[in-house]
Design a protein around this ligand. Structure first.
Ligand code: GDP
Ligand code: IMO
Ligand code: MG
Length: 433
């Protein structure tokens, strides 16, 4: 049997349970690559009842003998990186597994965080609801060719010149528009050259690691953050993050050709959540929404904000499938739906008497759409101890089949609780048939 390379991506607006699946799939993989985003992500893993929250380091780092790469497509807050490594070591992890940081990844500088927060404040009611971690400004600098890359931290003189260039316009903004303190390039260069020394042993030319892994036919797991509807190009713009969260992002973000990704597993919550602002057609501002929020413990792992909750949206998922090329679904948090009176699924949108099967680009249209629902039978059984696909209650089986048939994709994994053990792996995507 040949090996496959697998990409795991969020199919909705993030927080679908990618961390849990990457932890589970991590045991099958040799190399795990986080390819985009930064510490705006928050991935909660629960192993034997013990919780670990990761924002940056690949969620497979709890296993032994893995190579975990933070690749060129990411934006890295160096202090968060160091503290995450420290926490993992304190908890007894990273004994044999290694974390690597691409010299081409971009650095989130202190001025990116301030700019993110000030911009949001200035926007007031129309803010994006960002995580305030400097993600947008760091990616803007990357595309404006004003970014600082991880490799730049290793040469003080070069670093200071880069920071000076990057601050030229920003200091005017800070002073004139925001009435805030300006930044000193030389002070920042001292601080970041010191941080560079601290992370020196993790920095590598990642292209070598990736091409060696491909050559040796190692099993590679590409770990996505956020979700398809937050994709900078295909998401609900401008209420999105600043990177390509879809499977194509694995290619540019890890520096690999598209034909080596054999499987794209869509991490899909059995309902929908969203944190931050922006359109959410199936949002429930009622007692059912409240129940999903409470039973699902829907609080953001990064900012602690309450997640908005609603029914599963098949229009959004179809859009997501078209962009990502799903080969399998990981259906998460099915346990949260147990005991509801009925379960609804959005199958289309309606606007001015017209039906929509896809997500329109125009945000004002999206905000006015009415979801068309199909009501399905609920199940009363608790499923948190489910270990076998055969033991799935029949109404839950019907729910799963309805989703599979609507999307034309089969489930590869079912999740019925936060713990690693509360999982039914239907097939192993790393094994080619
Ligand atoms: P990610 O950002 O996609 O990795 O997802 P998060 O970790 O931010 O959010 C998912 C939350 O749901 C975490 O608190 C997980 O521990 C939890 N979780 C994951 N799978 C399940 C599940 O099947 N059932 C329940 N009840 N919780 C789950
Ligand atoms: P994980 O990987 C859910 C949302 C923010 C905001 C928008 C832009 O845990 O699924 P940003 O700080 O990226 O500029 O914010 O994107 N967002 C997420 N929502 N899960 C995430 O990551 C998110 N990362 C960013 O709430 O609406
Ligand atoms: Mg999350």
């Amino acid at each position: 049997m040949a090996n496959s390379n697998v990409a795991v991506v969020g199919a909705q607006w993030g927080d679908e349970g990618k961390g849990k699946v990457v932890d589970i799939y991590g045991k099958h993989a040799d190399v795990i690559i986080r390819f985009q985003g930064g510490n705006n992500a928050g991935h909660t893993l629960v192993v034997d009842g013990k919780k670990v929250v990761l924002h940056l380091v690949p969620a497979a780092s709890l296993h032994e003998n893995k190579s975990c790469l933070i690749a060129n497509g990411t934006v890295v807050d160096i202090e968060i990186f160091l503290s995450e490594i420290e926490t993992l070591k304190q908890k007894g992890y990273l004994k044999t597994s290694k974390v690597f940081l691409s010299d081409r990844a971009h650095v989130i500088m202190p001025y990116h965080k301030i700019l993110d927060q000030m911009r949001e404040k200035k926007r007031g009611a129309t803010n994006i609801g960002t995580t305030g971690r400097g993600i947008g400004p760091a990616y803007s600098d990357k595309t404006s060719r004003l970014g600082i890359r991880v490799g730049d931290l290793l040469s003080h003189k070069h670093l200071e010149a880069r920071i000076e260039e990057s601050l030229l316009e920003k200091n005017v903004l800070f002073k004139e528009l925001y009435g805030a303190d300006t930044f000193s390039a030389s002070k920042l260069a001292d601080q970041y050259a010191e941080l560079g020394e601290k992370i020196k042993s993790y920095i590598i030319d990642a292209n070598e690691l990736v091409s060696d892994a491909l050559e040796a036919k190692k099993k590679i797991l590409f770990e996505g953050a956020q979700g398809a509807l937050l994709d900078i190009d295909q998401g609900t713009y401008p209420f999105v993050t600043s990177s390509n969260t879809t499977s194509g992002g694995a290619c540019t973000g890890a520096g690999i050709p598209p034909n080596i990704v054999d499987e794209v597993i869509a991490i899909t919550k059995a309902y929908t959540t969203r944190v931050g602002s922006g359109p959410f057609p199936t949002e429930l501002n009622d007692s059912v929404g409240e129940r999903l929020q409470q039973v699902g413990n829907e609080f953001g792992a990064t900012t602690g904000r309450k997640r908005r909750c609603g029914w599963l949206d098949l229009v959004a998922l179809r859009h997501s499938k078209n962009m990502n090329g799903f080969t399998g679904l990981a259906l998460m948090k099915l346990d949260v739906l147990s005991g509801l009176d009925e379960i609804k699924v959005c199958t289309a949108y309606e606007y001015k008497g017209k039906k929509f099967q896809t997500i329109p680009a125009e945000i004002s249209t999206l905000e006015q759409l009415t979801p068309v629902y199909k009501t399905l039978k609920s199940w009363s059984e608790s499923v948190t101890d489910l270990t076998n696909e055969k033991a799935v209650p029949s109404a839950m089986r019907d729910y799963i089949s309805f989703i599979e048939d609507s999307l034309g994709v089969k489930t590869a994994l079912l999740s019925v609780g936060p713990d690693r053990a509360q999982t039914v792996e239907i097939r192993n995507p790393f094994e080619k048939n």
